[in-house]
Ligand binder design. Structure first.
Ligand SMILES: Nc1ncnc2c1ncn2[C@@H]1O[C@H](COP(=O)(O)OP(=O)(O)O)[C@@H](O)[C@H]1O
Ligand SMILES: [Mg+2]
Length: 574
């Protein structure tokens, strides 16, 4: 873990070293004071050397000016160093998460992930620069002070060492326990974020079902749990701070009594006694430093542990070592003996084989949940197959670079996801470098031209989060315009018109038909009028069985097909 942490200091080595040097210098200068007092009491006072004392005073003041400057450097540059490190970690985490597979996102709540990136890393910056700095300052202060102390009185120094050891033990033990508490707290924050994210995304459903009260209660439950976890932490901090406080007060009293006795018996001089008292304060300073931070350290460490936990998850789907870049592929697709399951032991397919020729339109028909969408998810490698092979133009898709594979495939699905932003930004997803002309061309082909022209801001119209300001038909047209721009040789239409009204369906059907010209098209639709456009029909049955045939043969041979067809005819009739 330390090695991973050090990696993040590397780019800011110079800043880090400056910060540490300043911290050490500050600590050394702080030690001048007890040294000066010992000198004044023992040598200057008995001889009445007032001028010498003034000189020492002036020297100390100058030293403190220097220290003031150093403290400012530590505060500003040190915090900046921490900020850079926190920022790098946050960006690395985001980049890493972008590479995660669909399966990872299926199994992790969005809110939790948002909290991992935003909340958990929050204390890392501060801890990143204070921790090494304080470790070095505190240990160098402790060691120097204890050495000076031993040169004065072994008994007193021993006494102090014992107490300091006790305090350090208590603080280290506390930090360890608090790291776990903090990780649990972060889990609670993530849960809160997840609930909020889901609630706001689904606010229309919540309000339509008057489900506000239940939502409020379940949110309250989460906040209560968060509070009780926090309380646990407060209790720990209180106990740790309490013990630390008492021991730090106990120590000077012990020193005064023992030192007083030693002075009375002339084991040590009065000056040595005074400087010992001041040295005791010097010993306590690093302890104070640590206990001031005691609430932050565990949060920083917990954040880093959570960070590393995700960073260590290898993306399930990634480029093979020998993966190649492909340019324009022809759209031949071949599945041979493909086995796949979302959840272990529940295979969607155990031995799926099928062939699709270049430029063909294949319709997939089947009951809901049979696995039609799954077939389409496997081709762009959104999910990894367990056995068998999928080839495009004779090449195993695992041997093709993911990004170039996905450039060859366009998916238009039933639920369109649009990003907050403008119409233009959303269409550009298909081809970021597209010219103005190309954008309009795509919009025209997707039958969006009139709509965009009708908007006061045209292409620059803002469509709201997830495209909420558009109608279902407009959203679908936008996603089709995206696809015209992307221009992939393989096209997957997964119930693309299912959520639309009859008028939109007709129009979009026309646009899709144009889109599929000259491309290999996998068409999932339940309207038999659409299916008839296909060159071939494949019926997908639960259990991964497939049967291929023409409409007429399937009506004869396939019960599922016949049932689905009749259901629709009956629907039309009624
Ligand atoms: N992301 C997922 N995680 C787990 N199971 C899934 C997931 N997506 C679909 N399934 C399950 O896999 C089966 C096939 O689903 P799907 O391919 O979407 O069917 P459809 O033929 O209706 O498109 C269904 O039983 C469904 O419940
Ligand atoms: Mg489906």
């Amino acid at each position: 873990m330390l090695k991973q942490a050090l990696k993040y200091y590397k780019p800011y080595q110079a800043l880090f070293i400056i910060d540490l040097l300043c911290a050490v210098a500050v600590a050394i200068i702080e030690l001048l004071f007890p040294y000066a007092i010992s000198h004044i009491v023992d040598e200057l006072l008995p001889m009445g050397k007032w001028i010498e004392m003034i000189k020492i005073g002036v020297l100390l003041l100058i030293a403190y000016i220097f220290n003031t400057f150093l403290y400012m450097v530590i505060d500003y540059w040190g915090e900046k160093l921490g900020m850079y490190i926190e920022n790098d970690m946050r960006n690395d985490l985001f980049t890493h998460l972008q590479k995660m597979s669909y399966r990872f996102f299926d199994n992790n709540k969005t809110g939790q992930l948002i909290a991992r990136v935003s909340n958990d890393l929050h204390q890392i910056g501060t801890v990143a620069h204070y921790a090494p700095e304080q470790l070095i300052v505190a240990s160098s202060m402790l060691i120097t002070t204890v050495i000076i102390m031993f040169s004065i009185s072994k008994l007193l120094a021993g006494l102090i060492l014992l107490n300091v050891g006790l305090l350090l033990g208590i603080n280290i033990n506390f930090t360890k326990k608090m790291v776990n508490t903090s990780r649990e707290l972060f889990g609670n924050v993530g849960e809160m974020a997840a609930q909020l994210e889901e609630n706001f995304a689904g606010i229309r459903v919540v309000q339509a079902y008057s489900y506000e009260e239940q939502q409020r209660k379940s949110f309250q439950d989460i906040t209560l749990e968060y509070c009780s976890k926090q309380q646990e932490g407060f209790k720990r901090v209180a106990v740790c701070n309490g013990i630390t406080y008492y021991v730090t007060k106990l120590l000077p009293v012990l020193i005064i009594l023992t030192g007083g006795w030693l002075t009375l018996h002339q084991e040590i001089s009065e000056g040595q006694f005074f400087s010992f008292i001041l040295l005791t304060n010097m010993v306590l300073k690093p302890i104070e430093m640590i206990s001031n931070f005691v609430a932050r350290y565990p949060k920083g460490i917990a954040g880093f542990k959570n960070f590393m936990e995700i960073m260590q998850i290898e993306p399930e789907i990634a480029d093979a070592q020998d993966a190649v870049e492909v340019d324009k592929l022809k759209g031949e697709i071949e599945f041979s003996n493909v086995a796949f399951s979302y959840d272990e032991g529940k295979p969607v397919f155990s031995q799926l084989s099928l062939e699709i020729k270049e430029g063909e339109t294949i319709a997939f028909v089947g009951s809901s949940g049979a696995g039609k969408s799954t077939i389409c998810n496997l081709i762009p490698r959104f999910y990894e197959i367990e056995k068998g092979q999928i080839k495009i133009q004779g090449m195993d898709i695992k041997k093709i670079k993911l990004s170039s594979l996905r450039k060859q495939i366009g998916v238009v699905a039933q639920d369109v996801f649009l990003f907050s932003g403008t119409i233009e930004e959303n269409i550009r997803f298909g081809k970021p470098e597209a010219s103005e002309e190309e954008l309009w061309e795509a919009a025209k082909k997707a039958m969006l031209y009139d709509f965009i022209q009708g908007q006061p801001k045209g292409m620059k119209t803002v469509i709201g989060e997830r495209g909420i300001k558009l109608s279902g038909g407009q959203k679908q047209r936008l996603s089709i315009a995206r696809m015209f721009l992307k221009n992939p040789p393989i096209l997957i239409l997964d119930e693309a018109t299912s959520a639309l009204d009859a008028e939109n369906e007709m129009e979009i059907h026309k646009a899709l038909k144009q889109l599929s010209l000259g491309r290999t098209t996998l068409l999932i639709a339940h309207r038999f009028s659409t299916i008839r456009d296909a060159n071939r029909i494949i019926v997908v049955d639960a259990g991964g069985k497939i049967e291929e045939g023409s409409h007429d043969t399937l009506m004869q041979s396939n019960i599922t097909y016949k049932k689905l067809y009749q259901l629709q005819q009956n629907g039309k009739a009624s």
